[in-house]
Design a protein around this ligand. Structure first.
Ligand code: NAD
Length: 257
């Protein structure tokens, strides 16, 4: 059973926690009793009550220092949410190598680095609190959906999905659980920025909503609820799982009436 304060005594790091899905995750972890550090390249929007740390997931040394400092400040680290990520549009023909390197550096290597630097702390915590120690990564339905105009982004999230499964296998006997969430189109500042590029953002939003089985976008708080479940003691037997929070986008095959 989950309880309102099931993260009491636990310390969490959320990368990309100053906006959108990450900020919602940080707020929910706080509300459930965790101490929460937000690691973000632009931490101004970190929720009140969190420890806001400026850290770019592409800067290996700075990220290591930030994670070590947070673990020292809190005395332990139990929950890592690797969420920082950026979008990329286009076919394979549209993006040159340097853009592939830039996006993969953030979306894939950022999660690799976060895990690498968190693992020594997580191993110590797992010995003390079995079932409570986890890494949860924000993936996407793009990992498996075959979306048009998303070659680079999809490849980056496909790597996150594979990484989640491999890490889950590597660390299960250490008591560290590794899972990911696959959001559909979530209503965050990122999607807002994309819509703002359209000639008629309101019409574009309405069309996007109409394409969803539910007729609406997923709320950031709904993705956060799934992440918090995966990180919670209630999910002590859950590892190597990808949980879709996509309003049925992946699983349903709806025919119009
Ligand atoms: P967002 O742009 O609202 O927030 C992303 C946050 O990550 C920002 O605070 C940003 O400063 C931070 N960030 C970006 N690059 C960083 C870096 N190099 N180092 C540290 N921090 C960095 O976006 P969002 O929609 O909340 O997306 C969060 C995650 O969810 C991403 O991994 C994204 O791929 C994933 N996702 C989003 C959607 C969606 O529809 N919004 C769908 C599927 C997956």
């Amino acid at each position: 059973m989950t309880t309102a304060h099931d993260f009491e005594g636990m310390a969490a790091v959320v990368t990309g926690g100053a906006s959108g899905i990450g900020a919602a995750i940080a707020r929910q972890l706080l509300a459930r009793g965790a101490r929460v550090a937000v690691l973000d390249r632009d931490p101004a929007g970190a929720p009140q009550g969190t420890l806001a740390v400026k850290a770019d997931v592409t800067d290996d040394m700075a990220l290591r220092t930030a994670i070590d400092d947070v673990a020292q400040e809190y005395g332990a680290l139990h929950t890592v949410v690797s969420n920082a990520g950026i979008g990329a549009i286009g076919t394979v023909a549209d993006n040159p190598d340097d853009e592939w390197h830039r996006v993969l550096d953030i979306n894939v290597l950022g999660m690799v680095r976060t895990a690498r630097h968190a693992l020594p702390h997580l191993r110590r915590a797992a010995a003390e609190r079995p079932g409570c120690v986890s890494i949860t990564q924000t993936c996407s339905i793009a990992a498996t959906a075959g979306l048009p105009q998303r070659a680079l982004y999809s490849a980056s999230k496909g790597a996150v999905l594979s990484l989640t499964l491999a890490m889950a296998a590597d660390h299960v006997r250490e008591g560290i659980r590794v899972n990911c969430v696959n959001p559909g189109t979530a209503d965050t500042p990122w999607i807002g920025r994309l819509l703002d590029r359209a000639d008629d953002p309101a019409a574009e939003r309405a069309a996007l909503e109409a394409r969803q089985p539910t007729g609406r976008l997923v709320a950031a708080e709904e993705v956060a609820s799934a992440v918090v479940y995966l990180a919670s003691p209630a999910a002590a037997a859950v590892t190597g799982t990808a949980l879709a929070v996509d309003g049925g986008m992946q699983g349903l095959r709806l025919r119009s009436a």
